[in-house]
Design a protein around this ligand. Sequence first.
Ligand code: FE2
Length: 191
Amino acid sequence: MLQVNDYPISVRFDPEVGIFSPCIETIERRVSDLRKVFYDHQAVQSILNSGDRLIYEVRTYPFITNKSDMTLGVTRIFPGKVGDEYHMTKGHIHERDDQPEIYYCVYGCGYLLMDTLNGQFRVEPLESGVIVHIPPMWAHRVVNTGNGLLVFVACFHVPAGHDYSLIERQGFTQIVVESYGKPTLIPNKKR
Ligand SMILES: [Fe+2]
């Protein structure tokens, strides 16, 4: 049960490491959590045979008052690839169709993929200082194509909800792979 607090609250964010405290919940996503998301299932299996490395982690703090709610989330995506596909978030669409979100890239290098799942697809390059408004009904995923951490801050309402299943089944219109040493967007064969 989330605690209601009608008074101002602040947290301390350390931009060097991309961690704020106090936080209410930390979610870890490992290769096994994204086994259906990466297209190269053999690469997933070979990684799992020798361990289950961390892909990203999310720290959240839902600020709940008697008349409002707003969640702060900070995600750290570790660098790396599964096969030739870069580390990324699972990706989701909000369960409610009236719920947008703000992403602020603190540092790192990558892409924000956005998809309506019915024909519209957008790619926003991410680097330090980029802020993106994700409208309602656009699925979203962040891909880390750099050699270091990619850190971004998110703000969204608690009742927005997270539907991961649609994306797990069909993915985004394009995927981001390394080709000739460079991040490259290619069509997703599931779509
Ligand atoms: Fe979201």
